[in-house]
Design a protein around this ligand. Structure first.
Ligand code: B12
Ligand code: SF4
Length: 476
């Protein structure tokens, strides 16, 4: 059987706003996971339109397309094209789950929810010549997950080829998040076994790992055992977690000892009324400043994520948030405009209040105001969003944030990491066009783990003792 798997690119991939470095970060892990269920004698290709032109001359038997909201129209066009050519087209992923009727118009089969139970069921029906039009996931487990088909990933096209997920979902349920809609009808947070996760890590070459789990620390027992198993592997890793998890005594130290060097944290808003309204209770009454201090003291860089446009936000939110992030010495920040994804509690609320202004999915990219904000105009929201990026990544702001660090090594590391990320985009573009992006990985590794990083001191219990400038592997 000839199977073609496609991750379509969103339209902005061809627009001046496209940041190639962002889209050359991670390979299509979802598709490579599904490919694991195919047979050895199947002919399988994965094409990721963010990093390569699609070959549309082929004639596969089965075309599998992963549909994200912002690339939905492109996904549908590709689906229509291959159906016309006589292929069986299967559509799945987040957007299909949110809007199955819309997707079904372009597919022979659609998949609702995660694919680990429905996809193998479909494959056996398809091979028997009897595929159904809809498969709905109910059974949620990662037990017996076959190895991800990393051999199908063109590693040299990505800065971070070693992305992985060892869990699915998250234990929380924030109103604006995709998560409840996607996992509806079954468990919405579950992990691999620790042994399976460690085996997946062992299979990955090199040092650097990027966990794409929504909340790697979500199950403390699993996380503790995972970090213990990773100690001594010599890995450097990045991941996402919550303020609450960072403040919890012990877990963070174990993570650092096993190689954590940068953490993405959803601060979302500095306003408790906004947190309550979005049901993001686990951030309420948490000391954000203390969480950041704790991370920095252990040598972990912070990628803070912020959402603008919640109902209690007015025009002052942008400057206030940026000033706070700089004062805290946050290394990188990701700003978003609140976006009511289909199927979320937020979307239902805004629909009820008749505040949704656009259902053009390409605008659901967290850069456009697609609803009427309560405390400002849509234009002010968009302008403030762009200003926040501009202000946070000005050189003087980068230097000011770096100067919150105690030592010269940490300051220089901050400037090199933040400045390198945002200030040299034309250089990255050139490198990506020459298909040399993989050569940047050692640079990323040395910034994560380089001189000046307090994590490069031996962690003894919870106390950090200096080893006089050397850069040994963390060893707790
Ligand atoms: C890595 C990532 C990216 C990467 C790369 C994406 C990639 N290469 O796949 C980059 C940085 C490019 C990116 C960009 C954006 N992203 Co993004 N990203 C993620 C992230 C963190 C992980 C994705 C992942 O690899 N998951 C692990 C794999 C195993 O799961 P999966 O991909 O979902 O695949 C499984 C199922 O979905 C299903 N499945 C998927 N396709 C199919 C097809 C079939 C036929 C079947 C049977 C099953 C199936 O089976 C797979 C195995 O279980 C997710 C959050 C998350 N936890 O998923 C956000 C997420 C997907 N991103 C999101 C958004 C909003 C964006 C941006 C618009 C953000 C922005 N402002 O720039 C852009 C645009 C994306 C685009 N191209 O259109 C949203 C999507 C919302 C939505 N409803 O679509 C998410 C959910 C984040 C969030 N919490 O809101 N993203
Ligand atoms: S904590 Fe993050 S991943 Fe979990 S539900 Fe909230 S926004 Fe979604």
């Amino acid at each position: 059987m000839h199977v073609k798997m496609i991750l379509p690119a969103l339209t902005e991939a061809h627009s001046p706003f496209w940041r190639p470095i962002k889209y050359s970060l991670f390979p299509p892990l979802g598709l490579a996971t599904l490919a694991g269920y195919l047979r050895e004698d199947d002919l399988v290709t994965i094409q990721d339109e963010h990093v390569e032109s699609l070959d549309l001359e082929d004639t596969p038997d089965l075309v599998v397309i992963q549909v994200y909201i912002t690339s939905a129209y492109r996904a549908y066009a590709l689906a229509d094209y291959y159906r016309q050519k006589g292929a069986h087209v299967a559509l799945g992923g987040l957007h299909v789950t949110s809007l199955p009727d819309e997707a079904a118009r372009h597919a022979d089969t659609i998949f609702i929810g995660p694919g680990e139970d429905t996809w193998p069921a479909f494959l056996s029906d398809f091979r028997a010549g009897n595929p159904a039009p809809v498969y709905r996931s109910h059974q949620r487990t990662l037990a017996g997950l076959p190895p991800v088909r990393r051999d199908l990933i063109k590693r040299h096209l990505y800065l971070v080829p070693n992305s992985l997920v060892v869990s699915r979902g998250c234990p929380y349920a924030c109103d604006f998040c995709y998560k409840e809609a996607f996992f509806h009808g079954g468990k919405s947070f579950y992990t691999q076994t620790v042994d399976a996760a460690l085996a997946e890590i062992e299979r990955l070459p090199g040092r650097h790992l990027y966990f794409l789990d929504d909340h790697l620390f979500g199950d403390p027992r699993f996380a503790t055992a995972l970090f213990a198993g990773m100690q001594g592997m010599g890995r450097l890793w990045q991941a996402a977690g919550t303020v609450q998890a960072v403040l919890k005594p012990g877990l963070l130290e174990q993570a650092v000892a096993s190689g954590l060097r940068s953490l993405f944290i959803g601060f979302e808003t500095l306003n408790p009324r906004n947190l309550t309204a979005q049901h993001k209770y686990h951030n309420l009454n948490r000391d954000y400043n203390a969480a950041i201090r704790r991370l920095h003291d252990l040598g972990v860089m912070v990628n803070g994520s912020f959402v603008f446009g919640m109902d209690d936000d007015d025009e002052s939110v942008f400057d206030r948030t940026v000033a706070w992030a700089i004062e805290q010495g946050i290394e990188t920040a990701t700003f978003h405009i609140l976006t009511p994804y289909p199927g979320t509690v937020l979307q239902q609320k805004l629909l009820r209040e008749q505040r949704i202004m656009s259902t053009h999915w390409e605008r659901y990219d967290t850069r456009h105001a697609v609803y009427q904000p309560a405390g400002m105009s849509p234009a002010t929201l968009e302008a403030g969003y762009w200003r926040a990026y501009h202000e946070f990544y000005r050189w003087d702001a980068i230097v000011k944030a770096a100067w919150t660090k105690p030592g010269w090594g940490e300051r220089l590391r901050h400037i090199a990491y933040t400045g390198g990320w945002k200030k040299f985009e034309p250089l990255w573009d050139g490198i990506i066009r020459m298909r040399q992006v993989a050569h940047l990985l050692p640079l990323l590794e040395s910034l994560l783990d380089g001189a000046g990083n307090p994590a490069n001191r031996v962690l003894s219990g919870n106390k950090v003792s200096d080893t006089a400038g050397s850069t040994p592997q963390p060893d707790a």
